[in-house]
Ligand binder design. Structure first.
Ligand SMILES: N[C@@H](CCC(=O)N[C@@H](CS)C(=O)NCC(=O)O)C(=O)O
Length: 252
């Protein structure tokens, strides 16, 4: 067994100092997002940080296995470091990072019911991606084609039809809940970036494109000027290419 230990949540700085860092007003904080140079889990926090016009940087691991992985609590990314002038704190796990940033940048609605409902949509979107990672993308090599057929004919269409009911009842306005961009809308646009990087991913994205209600959500997110600016950057393009390169290993 390795003697190396993963990063602890008990740090050299006090719990109170860590709390001050994560509670800092976003205008006084710098955000550092550690994640692979692919979209997948990184897409949502990157979109939120862009949306919020945050002072933020991407950090791509350079020496992950056996080294940088130990600077994370669970040996996985994303990991978000929040820095103020005097303090810094680290947050781990995608759901935690997404919800934390969404709260900081006003993407969880304007009352408790809106917040919990936006989180419900977020969770439904999240698990579509997470289950597809396990059962479609990284399934057994000899099962990939069969898995793809099942997902493209059943799992994705069923999910789309169900979400369309909710989108209609929200007024077909291109938002999952309410009348402005929320974490749920950003998460949908983000998982579509992930699917687009997969082999035959265009066929998956086309299913969503064929749903005007869902596609309108994506369009609303992409039309946000700060998000549009991020997506036009060379770094964004390098991430998309990174995803395509990685997932080409799962071609069938
Ligand atoms: N439960 C974690 C899972 C994160 C995860 O699996 N991240 C992958 C990349 S998508 C990772 O960092 N893998 C590195 C490794 O397994 O060595 C979360 O949701 O943040």
């Amino acid at each position: 067994m390795s003697s190396k230990q993963h990063r602890s949540f008990h740090t050299e700085t006090s719990n109170e100092a860590n709390a001050r860092a994560v509670s800092a007003d976003p205008s006084n904080a710098k955000y550092d997002l550690l994640y692979f140079q692919i979209s997948c889990i990184g897409a949502t926090p990157r979109h939120i940080l862009s949306y919020g016009k945050a002072n933020w940087t991407n950090r791509f691991p350079k020496d992950w296995k056996g080294n940088e992985e130990y600077d994370t609590p669970f040996g996985v990314m994303p990991v978000l470091t929040v820095r103020t002038d005097n303090e810094e704190a680290v947050l781990a796990e995608s759901i935690v990072v997404d919800l934390y940033l969404a709260k900081k940048f006003g993407l969880l609605g304007s009352n408790e019911y809106e917040e919990q409902t936006i989180k419900a949509f977020y969770s439904s979107i999240h698990y579509l991606r997470e289950r597809s990672l396990r059962r479609l993308t990284w399934t057994f090599e000899d099962k990939r084609k069969e898995a793809f057929e099942t997902w493209i004919t059943k799992d994705f269409p069923n999910w789309i039809v169900l979400q369309e009911e909710h989108l209609k009842r929200n007024g077909s306005n291109g938002h999952f809940f309410g009348d402005k961009i929320t974490l749920a809308d950003i998460h949908l646009a983000s998982i579509l970036d992930h699917f687009a990087e997969l082999p035959r991913g265009n066929e998956i994205v086309d299913l969503f494109r064929a749903s005007p209600l869902l596609w309108k959500v994506r369009e609303n997110v992409l039309q946000n000027p700060s998000i549009a600016e991020w997506r036009q950057s060379d770094e964004f393009q390098s991430i998309v290419q990174g995803g395509k390169n990685l997932y080409s290993a799962t071609a069938f």
